[in-house]
Ligand binder design. Structure first.
Ligand SMILES: Cc1cc2nc3c(=O)[nH]c(=O)nc-3n(C[C@H](O)[C@H](O)[C@H](O)COP(=O)(O)O)c2cc1C
Length: 323
């Protein structure tokens, strides 16, 4: 059974972005569920061997903290034996096992994983039954609508199979794989999926404000919404959505608040092994929208180490109003 979620707004898995520090920030700001960045089933198996020899823990390769719970781990890869094994390895540590069937990146789709699987009806059925037989924890699915424009309604067939196989919740990002991030997410498809489903549906795509989140819930009837890019450098969005859904209004946050929030993020990163390049990229996101931001981002990009970066970010306080 799915855990209880404290909010209708979830943080999307984003490789290189939704690291454990950002997830914690979003969680503290009221996200109902956070999901790890996607993880290859083959890398889990390879690391497990190493771990059993060195007596290390799963935290060596999927970092998380107890404060993130309920926490979902996202897997990708379609070799059934490896999938079964990887799911069993991660199951004890996570509350939900999520399966990725949406990633459009060529290096993923070429290995018959991510969004490419949407057109492999037999294989998807086997993937779902393998996962369901391997673990007792709830299994969920994240999909795009289809592969190409001609196959943009594949989600209906895949969702039916998933439901029949016991998948408990489906997140739909209604763009096709070949669309990448172009155009607009077609929220009508989320409504159509909700109408044919008997399991929880999470709507995803292009939510950047509390008003967007409410519109998606109202227009599609979906049970939850998932936010990716809108939460980048902006963990406040979860509190704002929760308040807006409850009271119809929400607190605005200033650019100074965003800078403060970046320093909170930095404090949290000290507990994890997050690559410096990724931390720099987060700094760019927390400063999005600042006047003089282009120059600032060039300085961020040029910073060589954490001390450099902190100095650049401290200097940037003079660029925002003190209120
Ligand atoms: C940088 C980046 C990394 C992503 N990584 C993942 C991932 O690891 N797993 C996944 O299912 N989706 C991933 N996505 C897709 C998002 O979870 C989400 O479906 C998509 O961004 C649409 O939602 P949005 O409009 O709120 O951003 C990623 C998106 C971005 C921008």
């Amino acid at each position: 059974m799915l855990p209880n979620f404290s909010s209708k707004a979830f943080l999307a898995p984003m490789a290189g972005v939704s690291d454990p520090a950002l997830r914690l920030q979003c969680k503290k700001m009221g996200a109902g569920l956070v999901v790890t960045e996607f993880t290859s089933i083959h890398s889990i198996i390879a690391k497990e061997k190493q771990l059993s020899e060195d007596k290390k823990t799963i935290q060596e390769f999927i970092e998380f903290s107890e404060s993130e719970r309920p926490l979902s781990v996202q897997l990708f890869g379609s070799d059934l034996l490896s999938l079964e094994r990887a799911a069993k390895i991660v199951e004890p540590f996570f509350d939900i096992i999520d399966y990725n069937m949406g990633c459009p990146a060529p290096h993923i789709t070429q290995q018959m994983a991510g969004g490419a699987l949407l057109q492999e009806v037999n294989l998807t059925k086997q993937i779902f039954s393998t996962l369901k037989n391997a673990v007792k924890k709830p299994v969920t699915l994240k999909i795009r609508s289809g592969v190409t424009d001609a196959s943009r309604y594949l989600f209906k067939e895949v969702a039916q199979i998933a439901e029949d196989e016991g998948i408990e919740m489906i997140t739909l990002h209604p763009r096709t794989v070949s669309q990448g991030y172009s155009g607009k997410a077609d929220w009508k498809m989320i409504k159509e999926l909700k109408e044919i489903s008997n399991i929880h549906i999470v709507g995803n795509g292009d939510i950047t404000s509390p008003e967007d989140a409410k519109s998606m819930l109202d227009e599609t009837g979906c049970d939850y919404v998932m936010i990716g890019r809108g939460a980048m450098g902006n963990p406040f969005l979860f509190e704002q959505i929760n308040d807006f859904l409850k009271t119809g209004s929400y607190k605005e946050y200033s650019l100074k608040d965003r800078l403060d929030s970046f320093f909170d993020y930095l404090d949290l990163t000290t507990h994890y092994k997050i690559k410096f390049a990724n931390i720099k990229a987060q700094a760019m996101r927390f400063t999005k929208g600042m006047v003089g931001g282009t120059k600032l981002r060039a300085r961020i990009s040029a910073s060589k180490n954490l001390e450099d970066l902190k100095k650049v970010m401290r200097d940037s306080y003079h660029m925002v109003p003190p209120f």
